[in-house]
Design a protein around this ligand. Structure first.
Ligand code: HEC
Length: 143
């Protein structure tokens, strides 16, 4: 082996070792071991939300259909909240069908919307634009 081949071999060995160690660290880290989980009731609400296609007219975090308003923060919005949400589910409005949910189903949907509300703000008016180009968002459950 010439001196140069040896040198190249040495560099490649180091790179491969670093690659293996890096991957080992990344794929065995348990950073996401405790993801936020919905309660049983919240899951029920999520299922109702999907089965009844609330998505087709409503958005959360701006994503969804655009016939109705965004519901990300409807739970905590001023003059809105659980009773307000239930009122819409009870009676419907011109452009929103009446769903005939049972009390338990309405509770489940409210729990689901409460959970979504707890994850953040939309639109996030409290975003801070930092001089280095990064944007710092405000989250609700960070404190
Ligand atoms: C066919 C379209 C449509 C579907 C499907 C629909 N909605 Fe609506 N919804 C609307 C519209 C339009 C409004 C706005 C009515 C108004 O303010 O006059 C609304 C309003 C609401 C509001 C009040 C929001 C606010 O901020 O004032 C809530 C809560 C709501 N819907 C929940 C739901 C849930 C939960 C579902 C699924 C079970 C659902 N909607 C399915 C069209 C729909």
């Amino acid at each position: 082996m010439t001196q140069k081949t040896k040198y190249n071999f040495f560099i490649i060995t180091i790179l491969i070792t670093l690659f293996v160690v890096f991957n080992g660290l990344i794929y065995t880290s348990n950073e996401n071991e405790n993801p936020i989980k919905l309660t049983e009731q919240g899951l029920h609400g999520q299922r109702l939300w999907q089965e009844n296609n609330c998505w087709s007219c409503h958005q959360t975090y701006g994503l969804g259909g655009y016939l109705g308003p965004d519901l990300t923060n409807v739970y905590s919005a001023e003059n809105k909240g659980p009773l307000y949400i239930k009122a819409f589910l009870n009676s419907g409005v011109k452009a929103m069908p009446k769903f005939n949910f049972s009390e338990a189903e309405k509770e489940a949907l409210v729990t689901y919307l409460k959970f979504i509300d707890s994850t953040g703000y939309y639109p996030n008016y409290n975003a801070k634009f930092k001089p280095n180009g990064w944007v710092e968002l405000e989250y609700k459950n960070e404190k």
